[in-house]
Design a protein around this ligand. Structure first.
Ligand code: 2RA
Length: 335
């Protein structure tokens, strides 16, 4: 157990869910500190019936912290993680900054838990679109070795923060009222629209969000031979990312086998009855920690292909829950 823990970015959307999860999961600690930028420092947070003053994120703030769970923008994580490490504090970091550092394990606890134990002071949690996909890939990779993945994402506005969710509501209302639609968070109006760009242009026509899905997947499985072809799309959904995933395996996996493999995997729930109109949808997965899978079917275009639909709450399993689960692995290993 870690006596003194901190949440860094405690006032943000993911920070708020991390706080809820520590209560829901009865996370063990003796003292808790909430850290945030100078703008939010001094505000109060009610936690377990007590008022806590949010402290400013400074190097000295880590003087007596043993474990920090961070959800901050990348430039903030770049600075604060070394401050924490220098003071002997272990960090579970939700940002993108440390994920591809070769000295930093990138962990989804249901997929590569052992990697967390080889940390040197910081463990990264993957991007939300990667997390749900690798969780779904895990049992198929073990059973049939995945060679190739083609994935199209349908990513909710909450992936762009509270401002993204607000922009969906405001721009939809404006469009319905025939008023001019303003877009600030997204490059185009998200109301009644799809935007086939998340992140900046990164590599040969692929965006930064898409290349995260390539590189993070290979790192988590420790296998650069897994080929990933992603298309990431922002959709007018408030919360929960959906993904259409096609995997090609070395050894054929039938639909019945896949259904059994998914159902037996911790963290996955299967909802798959097309004739009854039952499959995962964002509206039903909001607030749940599971990754939901449905529409499991054989690929009609290649021999060992399996197609399915995957939905997960990007703020929970895609961010807060995964980070707290990593912290739980550390607690378990410190006993
Ligand atoms: C998004 N994946 O949905 C990003 C957030 N990390 O924009």
């Amino acid at each position: 157990m870690f006596d003194s823990i901190a949440i860094v970015g405690a006032t943000g959307a993911v920070g708020k869910i991390i706080r809820q999860l520590l209560v829901e999961r009865d996370f063990p600690y003796k003292k808790i500190t909430f850290l945030a930028s100078a703008r939010s420092a001094g505000t109060t947070i009610e936690f377990k019936g007590e008022q806590h003053t949010v402290k400013e994120l400074t190097p000295e703030a880590f003087d007596d912290i043993d474990l920090a769970i961070g959800s901050t923008p990348d430039p903030v994580a770049k600075d604060f993680v070394p401050w924490a490490k220098e003071r002997g504090c272990v960090v579970v970091d939700e940002s993108g900054f440390w994920r591809m550092d070769p000295t930093v394990p990138l962990v989804v606890p249901e997929v590569n838990p052992d990697a967390a134990l080889s940390h040197t002071g910081v463990i990264a949690s993957p991007n939300c679109s990667t997390t749900q996909m690798v969780l779904a890939m895990k049992p198929l990779h073990e059973a049939g070795k995945i060679r190739r993945v083609v994935v199209s994402t349908y990513q909710a506005t909450s992936g762009a923060g509270v401002a993204g969710q607000a922009e969906l509501v405001d721009s939809s209302r404006a469009a319905l009222e025939g008023k001019p639609v303003e877009n600030k968070t997204f490059a185009h109006s998200i109301a009644f629209n799809l935007i086939p760009q998340i992140g900046s242009e990164k590599h040969e026509g692929y965006t930064s969000e898409e290349m995260k899905m390539v590189f993070e997947t290979q790192k988590i499985f420790g296998d650069d031979s897994i080929k990933v072809c992603p298309t990431c799309v922002r959709v007018p959904v408030s919360n929960c990312h959906s993904e259409s995933i096609l995997v090609e395996t070395e050894k054929k996996i039938t639909v019945a086998e896949a259904r059994e493999l998914f159902a037996a995997t911790p963290g996955i729930k299967v909802i798959d009855n097309l004739s009854a109109g039952e499959y995962p949808m964002p509206k039903d997965c909001d607030g749940d920690d599971a990754t939901f899978i449905g529409r499991i079917r054989e690929d009609l275009s290649c021999e060992n292909g399996l197609a399915f639909w995957c939905v997960s709450d990007n703020l929970r399993k895609g961010a807060a829950t995964n980070a707290v689960q990593i912290a739980e692995l550390l607690v378990a290993s410190s006993k």
